[in-house]
Design a protein around this ligand. Structure first.
Ligand SMILES: Nc1ncnc2c1ncn2[C@@H]1O[C@H](COP(=O)(O)OP(=O)(O)OP(=O)(O)O)[C@@H](O)[C@H]1O
Ligand SMILES: [Mg+2]
Length: 274
């Protein structure tokens, strides 16, 4: 488990390139009143890697993603991103820095079409405001066209052309999850946070989602941090795994190390989930 990583990164046995540290969480503690959701946790996320966060229900996994995405501000600890300490920020400011996310409970506009939902993912990137649009319609129109083209590329990439006009509320669960991924990708994130992207899916939907996550990582070079309960998926997808239990970190390393880590087996792998 205690493994020395170089500052510049390394190449894995199956040829995956893990780059330098992109995000570093230093001694994070997060409390809700008397409840300690996270206790003194440190870990890093490296450029290009798929980093899994696992642990039993209530371990503090979603809270950790919420700290990274700026939804929660920890009482203690520091968040470093791209080599700089991040001051307390609002979620939209974090999004502007290139961090996008999906939610454990899907957060989409049910009455809006798939296409329009994905467009909302580009809001943080839209430069011209309404007043500018009125004064300088040429630039605004050009921008709108570029945004639409980018969204269409994502729709093709995630193979959801056939539902692009469908209201999200009418879609089955598995497809809603895919649309949520599309919305997050529309922001062209450097770091993508996925909170249980495969929860509640059948085997076929899970396989599709795994493939898309790997493709996003591979083709766009997007760094990914994901929370997942399915250990098969975690072992297949991730380069390194952080294990949490009752708000504490009890393991951190490549999947093979985690599988044989006694504390992890006792706390988590030995019992069934979901
Ligand atoms: N907004 C909140 N207010 C109060 N307590 C919270 C809040 N969010 C989380 N908690 C508490 O913090 C702890 C960690 O919750 P969290 O949702 O981060 O766990 P999790 O590992 O994501 O669990 P799960 O696998 O069930 O999604 C729990 O005890 C939870 O009740
Ligand atoms: Mg959670």
């Amino acid at each position: 488990m205690a493994q020395a990583y170089s500052t510049e990164g390394w190449i894995t046995a199956d040829g995956r390139k893990i780059g330098p540290v992109l995000m570093e969480m230093k001694n994070i503690t997060l409390r809700f009143g008397g409840v300690k959701a996270i206790t003194d946790i440190s870990f890093d996320i490296r450029e290009g890697e798929i980093r899994a966060i696992i642990g039993p229900n209530g371990a503090g996994k979603s809270s950790m993603l919420n700290v990274i995405s700026g939804f929660y501000v920890p009482q203690e600890g520091e968040v470093w991103f791209r080599g700089a300490k991040r001051p307390p920020m609002k979620p939209y400011e974090v999004a502007r820095q290139g961090i996008a996310r999906t939610f454990q409970n899907i957060a989409l506009f049910e009455g809006m079409s798939v296409l329009d939902n994905i467009m909302t993912g580009r809001l943080t990137m839209m430069e011209t405001n309404l007043a500018q649009q009125a004064l300088w319609w040429g630039k605004a129109a050009r921008e709108e066209e570029e945004h639409r083209a980018a969204v269409e590329r994502i729709i093709d990439f995630l193979e959801i052309q056939h539902i692009r006009k469908t209201p999200v509320g009418r879609l089955p669960y598995g497809l809603k999850k895919r649309v949520e991924l599309a919305r997050a990708l529309a922001a062209e994130p450097k770091l993508l946070l996925l909170d249980e992207p495969m929860a509640g899916m059948n085997v076929e939907e899970k396989e599709d989602m795994c493939r898309f996550i790997l493709d996003v990582n591979d083709e766009f070079g997007t760094t990914i941090a994901l929370i997942e309960h399915d250990m098969g998926v975690v072992m297949d997808l991730s380069d390194r795994v952080v294990v949490m239990d009752y708000g504490k970190k009890i393991g951190d390393g490549p999947p093979d190390d985690i599988r044989s880590n006694k504390a992890v087996i006792d706390a988590y792998l030995g019992v069934s989930h979901e």
